[in-house]
Design a protein around this ligand. Structure first.
Ligand code: HEC
Length: 95
């Protein structure tokens, strides 16, 4: 599969499943949700894959993320991780 195709599939997963809590662009929608929802924007791809695998295999247990990860195939995990990690951000240094 082409990288761009993987990103598009990942975006679809983000829109359909993750966006309620994490936003399509990975900026968490904390209003009305838990303040503990982390931003995912531009996070390292391997980090996202590892975390999602851990929620899925129950190395990590969380009442929301474990259920979500259960719904994802390994391919979904890779695609959605590619999507969130591909979003670019500019960091402004603090003087
Ligand atoms: C119902 C709300 C909700 C949905 C939907 C949801 N998440 Fe989460 N997610 C959370 C919360 C809350 C945490 C923090 C969990 C914790 O504290 O361990 C989290 C944590 C994560 C983490 C770990 C981040 C870190 O830095 O430790 C990843 C990765 C993640 N979510 C990805 C996803 C993906 C991908 C989807 C869609 C397939 C998704 N989440 C859908 C609520 C949600």
């Amino acid at each position: 599969m082409q990288a761009s195709e993987e990103i598009n599939r990942g975006r679809e997963i983000a829109e359909n499943i993750c966006s309620v809590c994490h936003g399509v662009n990975g900026q968490a929608n904390t209003a009305g949700n838990s303040v503990l929802v982390p931003h995912l924007t531009a996070q390292n791809e391997q980090y996202l894959i590892e975390k999602l695998k851990h929620y899925k295999d129950k190395t990590l247990e969380h009442h929301q993320m474990s259920l979500i990860a259960d719904m994802l195939t390994l391919e979904d995990i890779k695609n959605v991780s590619k999507w969130y990690s591909s979003i670019k951000v500019t960091v402004q240094e603090i003087e």
